[in-house]
Design a binder for this molecule. Sequence first.
Ligand code: GUN
Length: 298
Amino acid sequence: MTTSKLIDGKAVAETIKKEIAEEVAAMIDADLKAPHLAAILVGNDPASETYVASKEKACHAVGITSTTYRLPGSTTEKELNQVIDFLNQDDDVDGFILQLPLPKHLNADHFIERIHPSKDVDGFHPVNIGRMQLGLPCYLPATPYGVVELLKRSKVAVAGKHCVVVGRSNIVGTPLSILLSRKSEFGNATVTLCHSRTANLKSLTLQADILIAAIGQADFIQADMVKPGAVVIDVGIHRLSDTSKEKGYRLAGDVNFEQVKSVASYITPVPGGVGPMTIVSLLQNTLSASQNRVYSKP
Ligand code: GUN
């Protein structure tokens, strides 16, 4: 039995936040305006409220201006289009996000396509996804960007390794599989992308040097699915009711942490692993947007 070392996403995220805060301070010293991130929140989904509040807090901590447009759950397609069009042309806003999920009557794909790619700091627009695939400058989606940055800063080499990604969502699993397999400085891994229709999943996860769980099911990855010495990255976050806790719940990931920690060489905890890195990646994209590092302003 081994005892794995923790990959401390919270500490890495704090380091990156300090770097961002220094860059923002230097911009202000140079009489430039602070970067400005806007968020659109439609309706009152409690998880989305929490995410948006965390993003506002993180912006504040590094000196990035943040504005949240709160719209009622009854917002029409036309009204949401108008807010997106307004933010697309507002020169004061460097980038903005449309918090997902949207109420059922609004089609997220339509609105994501309406965001101008140069302001799409979530990296969800088809243009940014396509540019990522081609290795062109783009905004990387926050969670995959955070996972790659976490591996890089934890000195986990990925080139030549077998990375098994469990979960093929548009915002995590699929872009992560592209990033890790790209011919680029931090890529060159051999990637297997698994999903709900994968046959013999366990036989594949057991081959992983780096196993990334992004399937959206609590405690899904068990110890017998992990190769001894593998690096395990847990993207999931779930609230499970637990009456023994003061709050009445506990947070769990997609990995059964208590089991897997004695098999893996390195493992991310939940909370305090990938989560803090996701927000920091959004801050990095916003900073890049304000410095015209990805798309130059006309
Ligand atoms: N909902 C859950 N995660 C995200 C995210 O990273 N961006 C947006 N816009 N919505 C989300």
